[in-house]
Design a protein around this ligand. Structure first.
Ligand SMILES: Cc1cc2nc3c(=O)[nH]c(=O)nc-3n(C[C@H](O)[C@H](O)[C@H](O)COP(=O)(O)OP(=O)(O)OC[C@H]3O[C@@H](n4cnc5c(N)ncnc54)[C@H](O)[C@@H]3O)c2cc1C
Length: 716
C-alpha cells in the first residue's frame, strides 16, 4: 500500500512537470534570459537563493526530471566555481540517493523476486565490486544520471556506499559543468561543454579503477610467489594429490589431453566413495532393503518370512562389491590410461614442488607446473566427553569393524541426522539392530523441506529406528562393562545404553599436514578458492570435498574437470566452476532426490515461486510395484513453466530426477517434459504427470470457456 502511494505521488509529480511544461524553465535560453534577474535576487538574499536552488536541484534529481544539467550551469553562473560545485555536489548526491531509495522501495522486491535467479550474478558482482562499477558509471557522464540512480536502487548496494561513491564519482563532471556555468554568457550550446577529448579523459578516468584493480590483483599474485624460486623447467604438467573421485577425474582428463600427469594417493585408490562411502553404503542398503521386503512379502501375496541372513555374509558382500568396483579406480587402470600413479603421502613444499613419501619409505621429489589438491574429507568426531573411552565407529572404520561381527550390533546409537546417518540408521535397523538416532536439531535431513524430513522420519520410525530430535548428546559413560550415551532434551537428561556407536555428524575437509600451512594457502572450512578453483597460488587448484561447498562424488568429479582444464589451459582461457544445476540423492527408503531450489531455500532467498506436486500414490506402476508413496514436487517461476527446483520422494527418486536435471541444465520447461512420450507403465511417468499438474493449473480458462461455447453451438 505504502509502495503504491509513493509510486502514485512520484507519478503525479512527474506527469505535472510535463503537463505544465515546466521543462521550458530548464533550458539554456531560458537560463540566459533570467540570469540577470537571478543575479539581482541573489544579491538581495544570497542564502535564500542558495537554499531554494539547492532544494529545487534535489527535487529535480530525486524525481529523475530532465534539467539537472541546466541547474548545474545555473549554480555555476550564480555562485561561482567553488560555492557552485559545493552546492551541486551535495544536492545532486542527495537527490540521486532519494531516487535510488524510491526505486528500491517501490520496485526492488518485485524485481528481485521475479528475476532473482537471473540477477544472482549481478547481485554477487555488486556485493563484490559494486562501488567500483558505480564509480565508473559516475565518472563517465555519458551514462544517464537518472538511470544509474534507478537501476542501482534495484541492486543490493548499501545506501551509504551509493551516496559517497556518487558524490566522489560525480565531482569531476560537476566541476566541468559548474565551470561552464561561470562562463554562461559565452555558452552557445550544451553539446559544446563536453568535447570529445574531455569525454575520452573521463572514460579513461572511469576505467582506471578497474584496470588498477586488475593490476593490483596481478601484483598480489606475483607477490605470493616472490619468496619461492621457480624451477627452470618442470618434470610434469600436473600433479594431482588424492586418488578419490576429484583426483581420478582430474588425472584422467589430463592424460586424455596428453599432459604429463602424476596422481598421488596415500591410502586406497578410489578414495572415500569406493572404500568407505557411496559404494559400501549402497551395497549395505541393498541387502537391508531385501531383508525388509522379505519381511513384508505378504504385500505381494507371498508368505511372510522371517528374513534369515548372516550379518557376517552381508558385510562380506559389501567388501566383495568394493572389490568388484575397485578395478575401475585401480592403479593398473590409471597407469594404462597414461597417468603415473604413485602410492605414498604427498606434501607440497613450494608452489611447484611436491615431495612424496612412498609407501616403501623412499622419498621422491617432483616438480610440476600445476597442482590439484583433491585430498577429500574425513568424518568429524565431536569432542564428546567419554567418547574415546567407550569407543565408536565412523564411516571410515565401520566397514572393517562390523565385518568381524556375526550379528548386527544389538543396540546401535547413530549420532547425527544427516543423509549418512539416516541411510545407515535405516539399514542397520533393517538388519536387526535396535537403532537410536540422535539429532540435536529439530528435524532430520534439515536441508530438505520439512515435509520431506517428516516423511523420512516416519519411514525410519516404521523401520524401528528410535529417532530422537532436539536431543543433545552430552557425554558417554561406561559402567560395569555397559556403555551409555547421555542425552539432554529441554534440560532433562537420560541415558541410552548401546553396544556400538556410529558417529555421523558431518565430514571435515583434510586441510593439514601436507603443506597448505607452510605455503600460506588460505583455508576456512575448506581450501579457499576463487571461481576458477584456484587457491592464492594461480597454479595450485582444489577440487572435491576439500574444496566444497558440496560433498558428493559427482560434484568432486565435476570440479575435477574445471580444475584440470584451468590448470592446463588457463593461460588461454579459464572456466568458472558452474554450480547452477547440482543434483543429489539420499538413499533412504523411500529415496529423496533434489535438484535446484526447494521451498525453504526459495523463501530464504526471497525468490518467488509456484509449486506443483504429483502424488506417486496415484501412479499405476508404483501401485503395481507396491511402492505407491512419495511425490514429485516442482517449483517454477510464477506464471511460467521454467523449473527452479525439484524434490522427488519415492522409489528410485535419484534415477527419476535425471530428467529434470537435464531439463534445468538445458533450459527446458515443464511443457517440454509434458510433450515427451514416457513409457507406460514406468515410474518415470510421475515426471510427466507432475508437468501435467502444472499445465492443468495454468490452463487458459477464457479460451476453454469460448471452446465450450463453440462446441455447444456445433451441437446445434
Ligand atoms: C558413508 C558415505 C556415503 C556416501 N554416499 C555418497 C553417495 O551416495 N553419493 C555421493 O555422491 N557421495 C557420497 N558420499 C560422499 C563421497 O564419498 C565424497 O563426496 C567423495 O568421495 C569425495 O571425493 P574426493 O575426491 O573429494 O575425496 P576422497 O574420496 O576423500 O579422496 C581423497 C583422497 O585423497 C587422499 N589423500 C589425502 N591427503 C593426501 C596426501 N597428502 N597425499 C596423498 N593422498 C592423500 C586420501 O587418502 C583419499 O583417498 C558418501 C560419503 C560417505 C562417507
Amino acid at each position: 500500500m505504502k509502495r503504491a502511494l509513493l509510486a502514485l505521488l512520484i507519478l503525479v509529480l512527474v506527469v505535472s512537470f510535463f503537463a505544465f511544461d515546466l521543462g521550458r524553465f530548464l533550458t539554456l535560453e531560458s537560463l540566459k534570459q533570467s540570469q540577470h534577474d537571478f543575479a539581482a535576487l541573489k544579491a538581495q538574499s544570497p542564502w535564500m537563493v542558495a537554499a531554494v536552488g539547492f532544494a529545487l536541484y534535489v527535487i529535480v534529481a530525486a524525481l529523475s526530471l530532465p534539467g539537472a544539467l541546466i541547474m548545474t550551469l545555473a549554480m555555476g553562473a550564480l555562485f561561482g566555481l567553488v560555492m557552485g560545485t559545493l552546492l551541486v555536489s551535495f544536492a545532486s548526491s542527495i537527490g540521486a540517493t532519494l531516487a535510488f531509495l524510491a526505486s528500491r522501495f517501490v520496485f526492488r522486491d518485485t524485481v528481485q523476486q521475479r528475476f532473482g535467479d537471473k540477477l544472482k550474478a549481478i547481485n554477487n558482482g555488486i556485493a563484490k565490486d559494486g562501488a567500483l562499477y558505480l564509480f565508473t558509471l559516475r565518472l563517465i557522464p555519458v551514462f544517464p544520471f537518472f538511470l544509474v540512480n534507478l537501476l542501482m536502487g534495484l541492486t543490493p548496494m548499501r545506501t551509504r556506499t551509493f551516496y559517497w561513491v556518487s558524490q566522489v564519482g560525480m565531482l569531476a563532471g560537476t566541476l566541468v559543468f559548474v565551470n561552464a556555468g561561470t562562463q554562461l554568457a559565452q555558452l552557445q550550446s550544451l553539446s559544446g561543454i563536453l568535447s570529445p577529448g574531455l569525454l575520452f579523459s573521463f572514460l579513461l578516468l572511469g576505467v582506471f579503477p578497474m584496470i588498477a584493480k586488475k593490476i593490483t590483483a596481478w601484483l598480489q599474485r606475483r607477490r605470493v610467489y616472490a619468496k619461492w624460486n621457480s624451477p627452470a623447467q618442470f618434470d610434469r604438467n600436473l600433479i594431482v594429490i588424492g586418488g578419490g573421485a576429484g583426483g581420478l577425474v582430474s588425472s584422467y582428463i589430463a592424460s586424455v589431453v596428453n599432459a604429463k600427469v602424476t596422481l598421488i594417493e596415500a591410502n586406497k585408490m578410489g578414495g572415500d566413495c569406493l572404500n568407505y562411502g557411496c559404494v559400501p553404503s549402497k551395497a549395505l542398503i541393498k541387502s537391508a532393503k531385501l531383508a525388509h521386503q522379505i519381511r513384508h512379502a505378504d504385500h505381494y501375496g507371498l508368505e511372510t518370512n522371517e528374513a534369515k541372513f548372516s550379518f557376517r555374509k552381508v558385510m562380506a558382500r559389501v567388501h566383495e562389491v568394493i572389490r568388484t568396483v575397485a578395478p575401475h579406480d585401480s592403479v593398473e587402470r590409471f597407469t594404462g590410461l597414461g597417468v603415473e600413479v604413485l602410492q605414498g603421502y604427498a606434501r607440497i613444499t613450494d608452489p611447484w614442488t611436491v615431495e612424496v613419501k612412498l609407501n616403501d619409505g623412499a622419498i621422491q621429489v617432483l616438480t610440476t607446473r600445476s597442482i590439484i589438491i583433491a585430498t577429500g574429507a574425513r568424518p568429524f568426531v565431536p569432542p564428546l566427553p567419554g567418547l574415546d573411552e567407550v569407543g565408536y565407529v565412523t564411516s571410515d572404520t565401520l566397514w572393517d569393524e562390523f565385518v568381524k561381527l556375526d550379528t548386527a550390533p544389538a543396540r546401535l546409537v547413530v549420532l547425527g541426522g544427516g543423509p549418512i546417518g539416516c541411510e545407515l540408521a535405516q539399514s542397520f535397523a533393517r538388519l536387526g539392530s535396535h537403532v537410536t538416532q540422535i539429532e540435536k536439531g529439530s528435524r532430520i535431513m534439515v536441508r530438505e523441506d520439512s515435509e520431506v524430513s517428516e516423511l523420512a522420519r516416519a519411514s525410519l520410525t516404521a523401520d524401528g529406528v528410535d529417532v530422537l530430535i532436539d536431543h543433545k548428546a552430552v557425554r558417554c559413560e561406561q559402567e560395569d562393562g555397559h556403555k551409555y550415551i547421555v542425552v539432554e532434551q529441554d534440560g532433562k537428561s537420560r541415558r541410552i545404553e548401546f553396544d556400538a556407536l556410529l558417529c555421523a555428524v558431518g565430514r571435515v575437509a583434510r586441510l593439514t599436514g601436507y603443506g597448505l600451512e607452510e605455503l600460506g594457502i588460505e583455508t576456512q572450512r575448506t581450501v579457499v578458492t576463487n571461481d576458477y578453483l584456484e587457491t592464492i597460488y594461480p597454479n595450485i587448484f582444489a577440487a572435491g570435498d576439500v574444496a566444497g561447498p558440496y560433498q558428493f562424488t559427482h560434484t568432486a568429479a565435476h570440479q575435477g574437470w574445471y580444475a584440470t582444464v584451468n590448470a592446463l589451459f588457463g593461460d588461454f582461457w579459464k572456466f568458472k566452476a558452474d554450480y547452477s544445476v547440482v543434483p543429489w540423492s539420499t538413499f533412504i527408503d523411500p529415496e529423496v532426490a533434489r535438484v535446484g531450489l526447494n521451498e525453504q531455500e526459495a523463501r530464504e532467498q526471497g525468490i518467488a515461486y509456484e509449486v506443483v506436486k504429483y502424488g506417486i500414490d496415484e501412479l499405476d506402476r508404483a501401485i503395481a510395484d507396491g511402492t505407491a508413496y512419495g511425490f514429485v514436487k516442482v517449483l517454477t517461476v510464477p506464471g511460467k513453466d521454467k523449473i527452479l527446483g525439484v524434490t522427488i520422494v519415492g522409489e528410485h527418486a535419484g534415477d527419476l530426477l535425471v530428467e529434470f536435471v537435464l531439463a534445468m541444465q538445458h533450459g527446458l520447461g515443464l511443457n517440454k517434459i509434458l510433450g515427451t512420450i514416457h513409457i507406460y507403465p514406468t515410474l518415470a511417468e510421475a515426471n510427466k504427470y507432475a508437468a501435467g499438474e502444472w499445465k492443468r493449473a495454468h490452463a487458459p480458462q477464457k479460451v476453454l470457456a469460448w471452446l465450450k461455447r463453440y462446441h455447444t453451438w456445433k451441437r446445434g
